[in-house]
Design a protein around this ligand. Structure first.
Ligand code: FE
Length: 351
């Protein structure tokens, strides 16, 4: 008589186990993130999101172009839920190519100023700026006068011959800067300006922005172009070698007396074929929370996009003295100019 309850209890426990594992599967939530954010400090951002939401992040890292190519190749079979890119023109490209799912989110709309997200359509908004970075000039304080490098135009002036170090012209950060220059100067003058940059180069473009700053500090070049967060990272470093670099270089936010310094946007979008829209939107909304925005500001030394957030970053505040004038160029114009820029680079021999 003892066998029956045993069988029964086994059956019950089997059913319970089944139910339990089903419920475990149901609560195990994951979003697939395709990210071009190549900053190790972002790890904390993702783990904090998992902590507050219970949603895990499965990340695929690539650069902007790699992510766009992958989304196109995967088409409707793409497992991507959220996409993070680090260049305004690439965000524009993704939208134009229909890779993003426009969404309506009161939280995102309220948090992000209109010029830092794509123009909403009836469907919603295709992408959202999450942080900004300026493209500035650093110079060797021993060899170069700040007044000779305080505009982008002067970087191409013969007075700066043999001084300029800059990464590849085809890198998105430069394509966007040059695309914005077309809006300020017109195509003809921009091409002449690019030719002037090539004439002024200390060496053929190589390496990333940090390598250009280091080349100024070592005396190989007098002037370099960099995104602000690379410089801020060195400024905040406790490594004596980094401190020595920072000691040697000055920074200038170009064109403060004219159109303002070029600013680029890093941002996010929902993947067109997501099967996980609710959680994907939750993640983007998390990225405009004060915690996440503070993380962009203090973790990766970017400017937050959310209005009214006090920036508590001594390196960024020290560079600007609190604020600076940034250019006002529509991101769509910068995006549309990219093909033109690439053709100009080929013609003037900008590697
Ligand atoms: Fe970068």
């Amino acid at each position: 008589m003892r066998r029956i309850p045993t069988v029964l209890s086994l059956a019950i426990s089997a059913i319970t186990a089944c139910l339990f594992s089903t419920s475990v599967l149901a609560v195990e939530q994951v979003i697939n993130l395709y990210s071009a954010r190549h900053y190790p400090t972002d790890e904390a951002l993702y783990s904090d999101f998992t902590k507050v939401s219970g949603i895990k992040i499965n990340r695929v890292d690539s650069d902007d172009a790699g992510i766009i190519a992958r989304l196109k190749a995967e088409g409707s079979a793409s497992p991507a839920d959220v996409i993070l890119l680090v260049d305004a023109a690439r965000l524009w490209r993704g939208e134009v190519d229909g890779l993003f799912l426009p969404v309506k989110s009161k939280t995102l709309k309220a948090a992000i100023p209109g010029q830092l997200r794509s123009k909403p359509t009836d469907e919603g908004t295709a992408w959202f700026g999450l942080s900004t970075r300026a493209r500035v000039v650093v110079f060797d304080k021993l060899k170069v006068n700040k007044a000779d490098v305080d505009t982008y135009e002067e970087l191409a002036d013969p007075k700066n011959k043999g001084q300029l170090c800059i990464r590849s012209g085809s890198h998105p950060y430069n394509l966007s800067l040059f695309g914005a220059m077309i809006e300020h100067l017109g195509a003809e003058k921009t091409e002449a300006w690019l030719k002037g940059l090539v004439d002024n180069m200390a060496r053929t473009p190589k390496g990333g922005d940090t390598d250009q700053i280091k080349a100024v500090a070592s005396g190989e070049c007098g002037i370099a172009v960099t995104n602000t967060y690379y410089l801020a990272r060195l400024m905040r470093s406790t490594n004596p070698a980094d401190k020595a670099i920072v000691e040697r270089v000055g920074v200038v936010f170009p064109n403060q007396q004219s159109w303002g310094t070029h600013v680029n946007v890093a941002g996010g979008a929902i993947a067109r074929h997501t099967k996980n829209q609710v959680n994907a939107v939750k993640f983007l909304e998390y990225l405009v929370s004060s915690e996440a925005q503070n993380h962009f500001a203090n973790g990766n030394n970017e400017w937050p996009v959310v209005k009214g957030l006090k920036l508590d970053n001594p390196a960024l505040n020290g560079m600007t003295g609190g604020s600076f004038k940034s250019e006002l160029v529509p991101i769509s114009a910068v995006g549309m100019n990219q093909v033109k820029v690439q053709q100009m680079l080929d013609r003037v021999g900008f590697k």
